[in-house]
Design a protein around this ligand. Structure first.
Ligand SMILES: O=c1ccn([C@@H]2O[C@H](COP(=O)(O)O)[C@@H](O)[C@H]2O)c(=O)[nH]1
Length: 310
């Protein structure tokens, strides 16, 4: 799957991923009204609204992008109905040939991690049959439990040719509370980055490992260091747009080959229609997905421009 991701990035010339984080407040009123008329103001109604919202955004952008990153929390808050919308979204993105990165941030003791890995990336055995249940292509994983928590994911990835992105330096303001703590002369995120390189060493695709890392766009200097610590790991870079990250901050997350990183934007794309910039182009709630398409093009131009002038 890492080869497919790299190929799709090359074909689209777009090292970006659209984050499908459909908070209800981003879903235009006409979609909410229709869903509520059919299913009531219920978790089922909310799930229908977010699914219709996602579908419109995917339809408007899939030809421009290599991948999507549904954030499971935004679905899980609506219980089972929300999880059905998550599944429908994953399946629909596969129909559109997009690489799906499940932002699930799992990680537990070995046996529990194995169940998460099987459920999201592998196949669960039921009697004589096996089922790919959630069936994402990549998942985000929390390394706090150490090798026991990571190995079951790596094992499933090897079997299924899928991949993971391990949290190394997250984009949020308080990420330094633990991640920047200096241990034996080096910050914790560097130790984790080194482990990511080690875990991924025998998990190589054609040019990159399918054991990747998450490093926030909001910490460009740390990104520069981590790029060197993990030269073969693909980096998933959240924090662009709504959290303040810009193309110019990101050049050092990429290798000299112009590859090695994929930048996520969620609110900046799915809720673009709320921004003055796109309203001024005549975009309204009714054609919200056109704003998402324009925002994808703007993001690609920003990042490509920065990479071209480095
Ligand atoms: O360090 C991290 C890890 C994950 N995320 C997730 O990415 C998106 C960001 O959304 P925006 O709307 O583009 O800010 C969201 O799903 C986060 O949970 C992150 O932001 N930082």
């Amino acid at each position: 799957m890492i080869n497919k991701l790299v190929d799709k990035i090359k074909k689209t010339n777009a090292p970006i991923v659209v984050g499908l984080d459909p908070m209800l407040s981003y879903v235009p009123e006409f979609i909410q009204k229709k869903a509520f008329a059919e299913f009531g103001e219920t978790p089922e109604g909310a799930a229908e609204a977010i699914w219709q919202f996602n579908k419109a955004i995917v339809d408007a952008t899939y030809d421009l992008i290599p991948a999507v990153k549904p954030q499971i929390a935004m679905y899980e808050q609506f219980g089972i109905e929300g999880m059905k919308a998550y599944q429908k979204t994953v399946d629909y993105c596969h129909e559109k040939d997009l690489v799906v990165i499940g932002d699930i941030k799992r990680g537990d003791i070995g046996s529990t991690s194995a169940a998460y890995a099987v459920g999201h990336l592998g196949k669960v055995q039921i009697g004589s049959k096996s089922y790919a249940t959630f069936n994402e292509d990549f998942a985000t994983v929390n390394p706090y439990l150490g090798t026991d928590g990571i190995k079951p994911f790596v094992d499933v990835c090897k079997e299924e040719k899928k991949g993971i992105f391990i949290l190394v330096k997250t984009s949020n303001p308080s990420s330094g509370e633990f991640q920047d703590r200096v241990i034996d002369g080096r910050p914790l995120y560097e130790w984790v980055g080194e482990k990511v390189a080690e875990w991924g060493a025998d998990c190589m695709g054609d040019s990159y490992s399918y054991v990747g890392a998450v490093v926030g766009a909001t910490y460009p200097e740390m990104g520069k260091v981590l790029r060197k610590v993990m030269p073969k790991s693909f980096i998933l870079v959240p924090g662009y747009g709504a959290q303040g990250g810009k193309g110019a901050d990101l050049v050092h997350f990429f290798n000299e080959d112009g590859l090695g990183a994929i930048v996520n934007s969620s609110r900046g794309i799915i809720a673009a229609y709320k921004q003055d910039k796109y309203k001024e182009m005549g975009i309204t709630e009714e054609n919200f997905a056109d704003a998402s398409r324009a925002a994808v093009k703007d993001m690609v131009a920003d990042i490509s421009g920065a990479l071209a002038s480095r």
